[in-house]
Design a protein around this ligand. Structure first.
Ligand code: NAP
Length: 411
């Protein structure tokens, strides 16, 4: 049970550089409150993490909100505490902050470094594929005043971004980058169908396709989202609400099945219209899962690739495999990214080739609400939440100090 006697600094204030308080505030998920985010995420005061070999303690300035937190709170499709063997879980797989303490053997970072964090936690030093997702499969994620990461998870914070913008993009951007650059290997002149083209992954898939010389068709569910996708460089958009029977559902009647197939074909014709030729997308960017995967396999052009990293609507997928083998299509699985790939992607942000798309900023108290809205598909782009940074727009520790000292003097 939480140690109620511990005391922690208020949110928005930070100790002297390198001074580590005994306790910190954090949002803690516990098995007995698994459920929708508003129920699952509750603030507690817990002991500050102790850093071990190769680890780093980071003063969190802002956090990004993504679906990992939703899944962790739901306890479905897996109970994350099965991985950690603990009875509590601090989620959060995105943050910007300052290195506050460095464990023995932690290389490449020092106290005071301003960083963004990627979430590939290696199971052993140098492992290439044995990874855990920090803040999902580990219990010490970013939703606290401090977080504990491996030194290799620290990347340079783009200097001109605010703490909240810097916290907003990592997980989704690095995942989209891995899918399109390293896995599907989009080539100049190729066409990419991006489901959820204004969602967390989608806003980066659209931008990446453009800078790789391809054409992105963004699927969206509102005009506002269509505008956002076009502003990011989409070649065209399709509002999926125009095709109500497009969604694949379990247990469809033969009539519903027929209507579904007709909707998929009509959707394909809309793609031809946008592209100005009778061809399908060379790459389909998948993460929706059950509802769209059947259409994705059908719609991909012969020799096309369907690259998939998630299944928001269900992971038990159904599709007509004849379209796969007869047309020599490929399905490619992808899961987050390795450190090298994250570093290459982060450089694109530093070089201003990719921009974060933070559409909404939440307060610390609103962090459960931010997850709830994400769960209900009521957000677009990416969203963030302030933790140690006392106000929006601050970009480095000096600017934070000036504000907090000003507040102290004004009291
Ligand atoms: P998000 O910001 O909520 O965006 C998802 C988008 O999916 C929404 O904007 C929505 O767009 C679209 N969508 C939702 N229901 C749909 C449906 N029934 N049919 C068609 N489109 C639908 O989430 P995200 O951050 O992009 O993440 C998406 C999924 O990928 C999540 O399940 C997440 O866990 C997973 N993921 C996996 C990894 C990995 O490394 N394996 C990394 C990141 C994310 P419209 O309503 O506008 O169409």
């Amino acid at each position: 049970m939480p140690e109620q006697t511990l005391e922690a600094l208020p949110i928005g204030s930070i100790p002297a550089l390198g001074e580590v308080p005994k306790a910190m505030r954090a949002y803690v998920i516990r098995k007995e409150r698994f459920g929708e985010p508003l129920k699952a995420f509750q603030e507690e005061v817990i002991p500050t993490w102790e850093v071990g070999s190769g680890e780093v303690l980071v003063q969190v300035m802002a956090v990004g909100v993504n679906f990992n937190g939703v899944w962790a709170g739901l306890g479905e499709p897996v109970d994350v505490m099965r991985y950690t063997k603990l009875d509590s879980h601090v989620a959060g797989s995105d943050a910007s902050g300052v290195v506050w303490a460095v464990g023995p053997g932690a290389e490449g970072v020092k106290v005071g470094d301003e960083v963004v964090l990627h979430c590939n936690h290696l199971l052993r030093p140098g492992a290439s594929d044995a990874q855990l997702i920090w803040g999902y499969e580990t219990s010490h994620g970013s939703f606290g005043q401090f977080t504990k990461v491996q030194a290799q998870q620290c990347l340079p914070k783009p200097k001109d971004l605010s703490w909240e913008e810097a916290a907003s993009y990592g997980l989704t951007f690095y995942t989209a980058h891995r899918m399109l650059v390293d896995k599907a290997r989009v080539q100049p002149g190729e066409d990419v169908l991006v489901w959820g083209g204004a969602g967390g992954l989608g806003v980066f898939a659209v931008q990446l396709t453009k800078i790789m010389g391809g054409r992105a068709i963004a699927v969206v569910s509102s005009e506002e989202k269509a505008k956002l996708a076009m502003s990011l460089g989409a070649f065209g958009t399709i509002n999926r609400r125009d095709f109500p029977e497009l969604q694949y559902l379990d247990g469809m009647t033969p009539e519903e099945e027929e209507a579904h197939l007709a909707a998929v074909k009509a959707f394909g014709k809309r793609i031809w219209k946008i592209l100005g030729e009778r061809k399908g997308p060379d790459v389909v960017f998948e993460h929706v899962g059950k509802a769209t995967f059947r259409a994705s396999v059908f719609l991909a052009d012969p020799h096309g690739r369907i690259v998939i990293c998630g299944a928001t609507t269900g992971y038990d997928l159904s599709f007509d495999v004849r379209h796969l083998w007869m047309k020599r299509k490929r399905i490619i699985g992808s899961h987050f990214a390795n450190a090298q790939s994250c570093d290459r992607a982060n450089r694109l942000v530093i070089q201003h080739q990719i921009r974060p798309v933070m559409t909404r900023l939440f307060t610390w108290k609103e962090l459960p609400l931010a997850h709830q809205l994400m769960y209900e598909n009521k957000l677009h782009g990416t969203v963030a939440c302030l933790v140690g940074s006392p106000m929006p727009g601050l970009r480095n520790l000096d600017e934070v100090r000036k504000v907090t000292e000003g507040q102290t003097h004004g009291q």
